[in-house]
Design a protein around this ligand. Structure first.
Ligand SMILES: Nc1nc2c(c(=O)[nH]1)N[C@H]1C(S)=C(S)[C@@H](COP(=O)(O)O)O[C@H]1N2
Ligand SMILES: [Mo]
Length: 299
């Protein structure tokens, strides 16, 4: 089974920016898929990457509308070049960084991750990107920083969805510093070896594979290191439905639906729902960060 995946992974050994793939990290990424802990051909089938068309046409990006096909229809209007990312707060080298300058410092690799939306659908996505830890180390995290806050671009003239008061704009999210530094936490810049399409959060979005999808904030323009838990858009909208942590957990239901199972996109009308895995299958890599925490309280 592992060999089959290794073959799949090496199939298009391409990255958008010509950087080489780091084999050791690729293997770590495969371990991140939980291959060792999953047995049987059915489970292996669940790890088949979704098609490009599925990943790029069924999206959540409310700045472009609340329908699943709205982002693909409308996000083409978003100007993504030039792109600046402000990095501020408790860092040694705060500043406004050009996206291309950030890229030139980073090693782009491929990571095939499960992706689980809080709405109980899922995909498997072959991202390209770099570890958030590498970016944070580049700017230098100061003593006393405990959280990382993220903000999405807010440009109403290019974003038809932001005239509706669905959530508070700009879209905001946050992680605890240890979560941000975890090697699984990715800043994605591509998909299937191609630059990230706008609807998926071009040119730079977060991917936190053990958390519900809304934590994976798109089209990031600001990253702030802080000592306080930062406000997050969905948490501000409804804290009892969308916890700050939002770790994937099949035993803690959303107030309005079960989180025990999920529907993998692309399976067709009669596809069976599949069981949702604790921490979305990444338990061995991340559970240690939450030791001693009551996960039904800190959900
Ligand atoms: N800025 C921004 N980021 C966002 C969202 C959004 O509406 N706006 N939706 C979130 C949700 S709910 C999910 S499930 C994922 C969807 O990512 P995808 O469309 O690339 O699959 O993006 C997340 N990041
Ligand atoms: Mo989501």
């Amino acid at each position: 089974m592992a060999h089959r995946w290794q073959n799949d992974l090496t199939r298009d050994d391409v990255t958008p920016y010509g950087a080489f793939m780091n084999r050791r990290q690729l293997m770590a990424g495969m371990a991140g898929l939980g291959l060792a802990s999953i047995a049987g051909p059915a489970a292996a089938e669940d790890l088949k990457p979704n098609a490009w068309d599925e990943i790029t046409s069924y999206c959540n990006f409310y700045e472009f509308g609340t329908g699943k096909s709205d982002p693909a229809a409308n996000a083409g209007q978003m100007t993504t070049s030039p792109w600046k990312v402000e990095i501020d707060g408790l860092v040694d080298r705060p500043g406004t960084y050009d996206f291309q300058d950030i890229l030139s410092e980073m090693t782009i690799e491929e990571r095939i991750y499960r992706f689980r939306c809080v709405e109980a659908w899922s995909m498997v996505i072959p991202w390209n990107g770099f570890e958030l830890a590498d970016l944070l180390n580049m700017v230098g995290v100061k003593d006393g920083a405990k959280y990382v806050a993220f903000e999405t671009l807010l440009r109403p003239e290019e974003m038809p969805g932001v005239r509706y008061p669905t959530i508070e704009w700009p879209y905001r999210e946050g992680l605890r510093l240890d979560e941000a530094m975890n090697p699984l936490t990715l800043m994605a810049t591509g998909l299937y070896g191609k630059p990230l399409p706008n609807q998926n959060g071009a040119p730079l979005r977060l991917v936190v594979p053990w958390k519900y999808g809304f934590k994976s904030i798109k089209s990031i323009v600001r990253i702030t290191l802080t000592d306080k838990e930062p406000p997050a858009s969905w948490n501000m909208y409804s804290a009892r439905e969308y916890g700050f942590y939002s770790n994937v957990n099949p035993t803690v239901d959303h107030p309005r639906w079960s989180q025990a199972t999920e529907r993998k996109i692309g399976g067709g009308l009669f596809a069976k729902r599949i069981p949702t895995l604790m921490f979305n299958g990444y338990e061995s890599e991340v559970a240690g960060m939450y030791e001693g925490m009551d996960l039904s309280k800190y959900f």
